[in-house]
Ligand binder design. Sequence first.
Ligand code: SF4
Length: 228
Amino acid sequence: MVDRTSREFQSYVDLYQRASLLELGRLAHQARWRLHPENVVTYIIDRNINYTNVCVADCKFCAFYRRPKHGEGYVLSFEQIGRKIDELKALGGVQILIQGGHNPYIPFAWYLDLMRYIKRHHPIHIHGFSPSEVDFFAGRFGMSIETVIRELVAAGLDSIPGGGGEILVQEVRDRVAKKKAGAGSPTASSTCSACERSRRKAGASPPSSAGRCSPSTPSLRTSRRPTR
Ligand code: SF4
C-alpha cells in the first residue's frame, strides 16, 4: 500500500512534475540496474488478437469498439484466430495476447471452446482477457470472478494481462469508462442495455444484483472483417 501522504511519495511526485522526460528515463534506468544488476534483458515475440470489437462499455477514449448491430462489428472465427497464431509462430512468436470488447452476444461456452481449440490445434501460451472482460463475464453469465477464471484456466488460459485499468481514480473512471469494472469493486459491472434487451427478449429472469446481467444466450454473430 502506497502512503500518498508520506514525504517520500511527495518527493516522487515533485520529481515527476519537474524532471524532463530524459531525466526520468535516466533515473528509471538507474533503478532498473539497482533492482536487476544482471546484464540480461529478455523479451518475447507475441501478437495481439482482438477477437471482437463489439462492446457495450462505451469508453469515451475508445475508437476501436462498435456497438451491437453496427455494420462494422465483428467476431473472429476460431479458424481466423488459428491462422493469426500460425502467422505469429512463423515469425518465432511464443504467446498471444487475446482480448476483445464486452460483447453481450457471445456465450461463455464460446470462450471455453476457443481456449480448447487453440490448445488443441495451435498450441501457444494464451495471455488473455483483461480484468474488465473477466468482470464483464462474471456479471453477464452470473458467475463469480473466481469461477470465471477457474473455468478459463481449465480450458487453456495461461495468464491474464493487467489491461483495462486505464485510470484507477474512480471519479475519473466514472467520466471516461463508467460501465467498466469499478476501481474499487472487482465485480462492479454496469447495467448493459444490450444485455437487458436480450434478457427481456429471452424472457430470462432479472439480474441477480444491481447492474449485473443474467446469463441469457443470444446467438453469436461472426463476420470476416479484418482486424488490427
Ligand atoms: S471496454 Fe475496451 S473495447 Fe470496450 S469501449 Fe472500453 S476500451 Fe473500447
